[in-house]
Every structure is written in C-alpha cells, then in structure tokens.
Design a protein around this ligand. Structure first.
Ligand SMILES: Cc1ncc(COP(=O)(O)O)c(C=O)c1O
Length: 386
C-alpha cells in the first residue's frame, strides 16, 4: 500500500531530495520489516566523488567505524577510496572483501597487540600512536612501520568531542617522535581530530598551527614530517544547516597550502561520508500518556541503533500523514527495550501517529548500526542499499 508521509519544509531542507524520494519509493514497493537502515547507494558514490576533493592532493580513508556494514564497505571498496580501521573486526571485513593493504591505515593510537600483528602481517604499514607503551608494542610487532603522532587539539564546537581520550601536547609529542625514531620505527606524520560533527571551522586553524609548530621542532631534531592526517569531523545536517564540505575544504586547503605546502595529506571522514546517505525506518510500537506527558515508543532506540542520542545528537523525524491531523504534541520518544535509559529524545513535536505507523529518522547512516547491540532481544536494523 502506498504510504503518505507528513514532510515538513524543515525536514525537506535537511535531506537531499533525491535520497528522500528514492527511499520513499522503496518503502512503497516492499513489505518492509522494521527497524531497517536504508542507505542511498548513489549518495555513497557521491561521497567518494566529492569528500576530500577540495583539498589538493588529499587521499581519503573512510573511517569504517561510522558504518561497518559489509554492504556499505563492498560498495565503497569498488571505488577509489581507502579505509581507516581501529580493530581486528574492521580488518576482517576488509580482508574478506579483498581490500589491499595499501588502501588501509589505522589511526587508533592504542591498539591491541593481536590487532597490530594481524594488520602488520596483512601488510598495513601506517599507524597512529601517542604513548611510549604503543611505541614499545609497535617496535616489537610492526618494525619499520610508518607512524603518525596523535596531537591533542581543541574540540570546542564539536557535538561529539574526541579530545579527552587521545592526543598529546607538543612537548610530549616531540619526545615520542624521537623515541619512535630510536625504536626501529619511522615517525613521519602528525594526526589530530577536531571532534566529530564539528561546527567550528577554526578548530582546523588551531590544529594545523600546532601541527606546524611540532613539525618545525621535529625537523630540528632530525625528523622529517612528510604526512599530515587531518582526521574526520565534518558535520552533517541533523536538525539544522551546517558548514558544507565545500566551505570546510576551501578553508582547510588554504591553511594547508600555507602551512604544509609539500606534505602529503590524509583525510578520514566517517559521519560525512555515510550519515546523510541513510534513513532509519522504524515503526511505532505504542503510545502512552504519563504524568510527565505523552510518550511514543518505536522499535529502534538507544541500544539497537540510536546510541548517539544520549550523547546529544538530535534527529529529525518524518511520520505518516493521516486525514484531519493538525495539532502537534510534545512527545518523549523512547526505544523498544525495558530499560528507562532507552529514551531517544524529549519534546519532539509531532502530530499523533498511529501504532504500527512508520517513522523515518533522517541522517541515520553514521554511528547507528555500528553502536547497536541486541540488548533485551531487540533486533539490530538490517542495512539495505537502495
Ligand atoms: C581516528 C578517527 N578518524 C576518523 C574518525 C571519523 O570522524 P568523523 O565521523 O567525525 O568524520 C574518527 C571518529 O571517531 C576517529 O576516531
């Protein structure tokens, strides 16, 4: 049966028209089992064709953690793009797909020994690091590898900050580069991450300034920095407009031309590569009026796909249209498990859906299925490329 959805201007402005139309058509042609993540294959191909292209000579390594679905990876593997991995499971999928080691790097600064061994024996030779313990491991398990040092940089203005767990300040960074050089390794690069869903373009200025300073200090110590890996961080449209890839790359390109004119540049986009190619389709499983207001329950939640909602990521929802609907209510939106932690959002303004109705969750392609668990017997959404 052809479904009719209530698509408000605000939602229409956030999603690419071709992606939405394609997904709406698909929903009409199949008997869809929910929850399901529908990914627009053409949009993924466009990511490969556009992201990173505004930075001269930039090589792109898709951060697999954003969406490790073998279907997504198979599509990308057939195109001109590399892959950034952090752990054994990600390596296994790429090796199953026959991705050659020259197309793979690992930017996890603290890697399990087993993973280092497998990646090295597979032929991966580019790794991040930020501690003496990692240098000791790498020198034993991956001698002569090319190492890039993870520098701490500000993550202000990024909705999903990544600065606390990894990264060192310049003085320690220099000591680590020297230690790596003295340990049968090839420290040749600097990396950083400005924070995921970064809306502050000046984070790249500070990061690249710090990297330049470190690079000069390294040169004085006899270490040539020939690679700058600028990580990920590009934002996508969840509930509002964000900096475009073109605007960010115009800015970064100028900064790099000025500070690193001769240096190779790597980029590791995750969210911006796959996020807005995906629309999560869920169904309403129930509704209730409680003391604190109206609650709407759907079959995808914090545990089986929308984990980032508890870290502050807010989604835009499209619900089915029904005759006579006009008044919007404020809903608390909750997932399918029995855990009271499983609350996706509060004060979501929606016209009242019926139990069994579909709910489309826009920009659902990144950091959804990769975080999902089957807690409480709730299914992880299947990924379908349309
Ligand atoms: C080392 C590294 N590179 C790249 C990414 C991808 O970042 P984003 O999804 O913000 O583009 C991440 C995300 O956590 C990361 O940790």
């Amino acid at each position: 049966m052809v479904k009719s959805f209530k698509i408000e201007d605000r939602a229409a402005a956030l999603v690419e028209k071709s992606t939405l139309l394609k997904i709406l058509n698909y929903i009409d042609t199949v008997d869809l089992k929910t929850p399901v993540l529908l990914m627009d294959g053409d949009r993924l191909r466009r990511s490969v064709a556009t992201v990173g292209r505004g930075i001269d000579g930039c090589k792109v390594f898709y951060a697999v953690k954003a969406n490790p679905s073998p279907k997504v990876l198979r599509l990308l593997a057939a195109l001109d793009v590399g892959f950034e991995i952090s752990n054994e499971g990600e390596l296994n999928v790429l090796s199953m797909l026959g991705v050659s080691p020259e197309r793979i790097i690992s930017s996890n600064p603290v890697k399990a020994a087993d993973f280092i061994e497998s990646a090295y024996s597979y032929g991966v030779r580019y790794f991040a690091f930020d501690s003496p313990a990692e240098i000791i491991k790498m020198s034993e398990l991956a001698p002569n590898s090319n190492l890039y040092l993870r520098l701490a940089v500000p993550n202000e203005g990024s909705e999903w900050p990544l600065s606390r767990k990894f990264g060192v300040e310049i003085e320690d960074a220099l000591k680590l580069l020297i230690m790596a050089k003295d340990s049968r390794l090839n420290p040749m690069g600097i990396t950083f991450h400005v924070g995921s869903q970064c809306n502050n373009i000046y984070n790249w200025n500070i990061a690249l300034d710090k990297a330049r300073l470190l690079s000069d200090m390294a040169a004085e110590a006899g270490i040539a920095i020939s690679l700058i890996n600028i990580g990920g961080g590009y934002p996508i449209k969840y509930t509002k407009n964000v900096l475009t890839v073109e605007a960010i790359e115009r800015h970064i390109n100028k900064l790099i031309k000025d500070r690193f004119p001769e240096t190779a540049v790597y980029l590791e986009p995750g969210r911006a590569f796959v996020g807005d190619a995906g629309i999560m389709v869920a169904r309403v499983t129930g509704k209730a009026d409680r003391l604190d207001g109206r609650w709407l329950y759907i079959d995808v939640g914090v545990f089986n796909g929308l984990m980032e909602s508890i870290g502050g990521i807010k989604y835009t929802y499209i619900t089915e249209a029904h005759a006579g609907q006009s008044v919007k209510d404020n809903w608390t939106l909750a997932g399918p498990s029995c855990d009271s932690f499983d609350v996706i959002d509060k004060n979501v303004q929606l016209c009242e859906p019926e139990v069994g109705d579909m709910v489309l969750i826009l920009s659902g392609g990144a950091y959804t299925i990769s975080y999902a668990s089957e807690f409480n017997g709730c299914a992880i959404p299947e990924t379908v490329i349309v």
